[in-house]
Write a protein that binds this ligand. Sequence first.
Ligand SMILES: *Cc1c(COP(=O)(O)O)cnc(C)c1O
Length: 394
Amino acid sequence: MRFDTLAVHAGAPAFTIDGAHPTAPPLVPASSYWYDSADDLDRVLGDQQPGYSYARYASPTVVAFEQALAALEDAPAAVAFASGMAAVHAAVRLYAQRPGSVLLASQDCYGGTFTLLGSTLASEGVNVQFVDVFDIEGLARRVSEQKPQALLVEVVSNPLERVADLEAIAALCKQRNVALLVDSTFTTPYLIRPLAQGAACVIHSATKYLGGHGDVTGGVVACATDDQAAALRSWRKYTGSVLGVLEAYLSVRGIRTLSLRVARQCANAAAVAHTLSRDPRIERVYYPGLPDSADYPVACRLFPEGLFGAVLAFAIRDAERSTVMRFLERLKLVRAAPTLGDCFSLVLYPVIASHRGLTPEERRQRGIHDNVVRFSAGLEDAADLLADFDQALS
Ligand SMILES: *Cc1c(COP(=O)(O)O)cnc(C)c1O
């Protein structure tokens, strides 16, 4: 089946209630299960027989979400977590298991990931090194020098929307026997399916596009093999980083409309990017869908035709921090909440949100200047979004 069809049907319940097939997955809050036969319970708890026993191990609504996401990523299995960060932590831990393990990660990765790897994992003795994944030659050098167990990459960087050449990176990892872990939160399986490129696993924050309506905190890892999935389930069982049942339900519900939402959000982002790029009040727009963007060719090669993602950034000409703060307040429609991927449009000011932990100098080195604002397109009419930006800028 094709993607749009899978999105609508994958993870549908296989069981019946008195012969009737429910069209939506069951919301099962039970924290444990009993069997008529104590021998059945014994075998289920001993992993000799499939079945539910205790919700921290597995529960039907969470499995429905895992099956739906696995189908969209064309993965044998997926494992859901309590948040995107729990998913990142579990995936990374699978490959950087002990002191001395070498882990490379994109230096432009999500702020939470940067701190988790650079502080928590590093303090536990994992040799974490941040690399520039946009310089393939430099990356190849680092990989052959460091011989890492794994490389963690985000397909699109935050907030400047650089596009990593996943094909070239996957080829490099394959050649050097490095596990490629891809955080595809910004891209969703609608734009790219990294397992097909050779990734070992794909991570999503379901809080963003998969949930899509601003009411879910969740995460998921789609795995290239069943063995990885089993290892992640075991990690989840003993760390307790379990996705809530309501969140799993809402994530399946979000997946049902993922194709429609992301297509519209990409179109809205493109409309805003093109208009702002011609606005004299805007110094620069960062969006791989602009033909003069350095990453336009890579994006055209990796993503379906005409799709370049639904997030962009722009620099307001001559704006200092206080000017940007007043701009955020003047917006009437677009909300300045620190997330992305929701059905409503959002802006984020990296200086006070995602990148506030960096020094001004570190931000400057990354090109995240004080006048840069990130925009995550929602489902509104693009004309209303443009009108809101226009009034807030003037
Ligand atoms: C939001 C996000 C995360 C973390 O997800 P949470 O659900 O907030 O824990 C990880 N990676 C990326 C790219 C994100 O955007």
